[in-house]
Design a binder for this molecule. Structure first.
Ligand code: NAD
Ligand code: GLY
Length: 361
């Protein structure tokens, strides 16, 4: 097992990464003040891992309230949040009852938001079970839900007390969901870790074959990158925005197509190609760099051409991005491979060219 720390002074917390962690009660016990927790999961993950988690908790005398939600990005909304609140109230969960998120990023984001808001804040534990949630969403405290007018628009920064990434859970993950997680892994290499990007180029086949050593390394290195960024800029005043490479375009794809039609990681992959294309049009990176990036995403079995929503729709959705400042769109772009910046002065004609060049009907 590897343990990293997200350094946020009194709110610092560990990320444990390894095999069989779901059975290790001692990792959980410190974060559970009384002998009761509420586990939030969904109809896909609960049949796979809920019993195991409950047994581990029972071994240290902890009982569980179970809250099983419908599965899917299309349920990451206020109606589903209400189901969580209702269950917590019905079972009289108290301020000392931690919420445990058992699932992917959708469950993690909603459970975190419920923990931030129920009784004005209760403890929160992340047990991420997708590659994407193990390398990204479970770390850093961004929680929330979608709104019909925009992705992840309602939420709170609220840090967990503990992240437990049991790599065994990835054995049951469908191939397209594994690939979606790789999009966020590649992101760290592109924005700030060139040696990791080179490692990914050398080890992509092992990752796709679910080689346990390679996966554990990729998760740990990703979490190291994320923990460093979050510790430096928890509330995204500056550097943390770089973690959104490909997301301005990607969120437009997800919202424009209807939540759940494109996976988040798929939108990030096609969106990153758009960001790379725009960076090239600005003269920052070369055509060879863009090809290098596209090749890596293709090897990860991710889409590199975005859907043709039309330029106007892209601009409308991107105008709702959380990075918009004073009505001006800001993009995460590549100065070079391994170094991203936030840039607010993209000439509209270049943006239009990128949308036209990178989309297909
Ligand atoms: P997800 O939560 O929808 O999970 C993907 C699918 O895999 C679901 O059907 C889920 O039920 C299933 N699943 C989960 N674990 C499984 C397992 N071990 N075996 C088999 N099936 C399993 O999607 P995701 O990719 O994990 O997360 C995407 C979400 O995360 C998006 O809503 C995105 O906005 C959010 N996100 C948040 C942050 C953040 O910082 N908070 C960062 C990145 C993404
Ligand atoms: N996934 C982007 C962030 O956590 O900031």
């Amino acid at each position: 097992m590897q343990t990293l720390t997200v350094g946020l002074s009194e709110r610092s917390y560990p990320i444990h990464i390894g095999s069989s962690l779901l059975t290790q009660a001692e990792l959980l016990s410190k974060a559970i003040p009384r002998k009761r927790v509420a586990i939030v999961s969904n109809t896909t993950v609960a049949p796979l891992y809920l019993e195991k988690l409950k047994n581990t908790l029972q071994s240290i005398g902890v009982s569980s309230v179970e809250i099983i939600l419908p599965d899917g990005e299309q349920y990451k909304n206020s109606d589903t949040m209400n189901l969580i609140y209702e269950a917590l109230l019905t079972h009289r969960c108290e301020r000392t009852t931690p919420l445990i998120a058992l699932g992917g990023g959708v469950i993690g984001d909603m459970t975190g938001f419920a923990a931030a808001s129920y009784l004005r804040g209760v403890p929160f534990i992340q047990i991420p079970t997708t590659l994407l949630s193990q390398v990204d969403s479970s770390v850093g405290g961004k929680t929330g839900i979608n709104h019909p007018l925009g992705k992840n628009m309602i939420g709170a920064f609220y840090q967990p007390q503990l992240v437990l990434a049991d790599t065994d859970t990835l054995n049951t993950l469908p191939d397209n969901e594994l690939a979606a997680g790789l999009a966020e892994v590649i992101k760290y290499g592109l924005i700030r870790d060139l040696p990791f990007l080179e490692w990914l180029e050398q080890n992509m086949d092992k990752l796709l074959a679910r080689d346990t050593v390679a996966l554990q390394y990729a998760i740990t290195r990703s979490c190291q990158n994320k923990a460093e960024v979050v510790a430096a800029d928890e509330r995204e005043i500056g550097e943390r925005a770089l973690l959104n490479l490909g997301h301005t375009f990607g969120h437009a794809i997800e919202s424009g197509m209807g939540y759940g039609v494109w996976l988040h990681g798929e939108g990030v992959a096609a969106g990153t190609i758009m960001a790379a294309d725009l960076s090239q049009r600005l003269g920052w990176i070369s055509a060879e760099d863009v090809t290098r990036i596209r090749t890596l995403f293709e090897r990860a079995k991710l889409p590199t051409v975005a859907p043709d929503l039309g330029v106007e729709k892209y601009l409308n959705w991107m105008g709702l991005d959380k990075k918009v400042e004073g009505g001006k769109m800001r993009f995460v772009l590549l100065k070079k491979i391994g170094k991203a910046v936030v840039y607010g002065d993209v000439p509209p004609v270049l943006l239009q060219q990128t949308i036209e060049a990178c989309t297909r009907g």
